[in-house]
Design a binder for this molecule. Structure first.
Ligand SMILES: [Zn+2]
Length: 171
């Protein structure tokens, strides 16, 4: 056996071993959101398979984030882990979706943060940090002016295609 064949064999064995160690473990209540992410990608021409994802809660007081992802990478050769604050920082299902989609964009799409703003001052991307309300309906329904649900299509489009133009409502 030549040295190259030997090295190749070792790499293949290591590769397989690593692959076998991947886990898919998503809490039941969050599974529909992960499936929605895959469906939204599909609707925009991207086929995404997720088999190496753990979503877990952290209840400890020292956990200061709303959620974190262990990796920013679209590569499939690592275990992806999203940790969510056990003390919920979202106020409705749209905000929870925003949070999970943002984290999935980090660890499945490999997207980093994007703090740019539209001319009107709204976040240009779901990759903006610290705002779960970008396409949220009103939390306390006093009037309809707080309802931003109509903005969802843009933010999901942008999630899978960061180069799309700013929509009219952001100009
Ligand atoms: Zn982030």
């Amino acid at each position: 056996m030549s040295r190259y064949v030997l090295i190749a064999s070792i790499l293949i064995v290591l590769g397989c071993h690593k692959q076998a160690g991947f886990v898919y473990q998503v809490p039941q209540e969050l599974e529909p959101i992960v499936q929605k992410f895959i469906t939204e990608a599909q609707m925009r021409g991207h086929t995404i398979t997720i088999s190496n994802l753990i979503i877990q809660y952290d209840y400890s007081p020292s956990f200061q984030y709303c959620a974190v992802s262990n990796i920013i990478s679209s590569r499939n050769d690592a275990q992806k882990i999203i940790t969510i604050n056990g003390h919920p920082c979202w106020l409705n299902s749209a905000q929870l979706e925003t949070l999970i989609f943002h984290e999935l964009a980090h660890c499945i799409l490999g997207r980093d943060h994007d703090m740019s703003l539209m001319p009107k001052g709204y976040p240009k991307s779901i990759m903006y940090t610290g705002d779960l309300t970008m396409y949220s309906p009103c939390v306390y329904a006093l009037s309809d002016s707080c309802n931003k649900a109509y903005r969802r299509t843009y933010y999901i489009d942008e999630l899978f295609n960061p180069s799309i133009p700013v929509p009219a409502w952001g100009m």
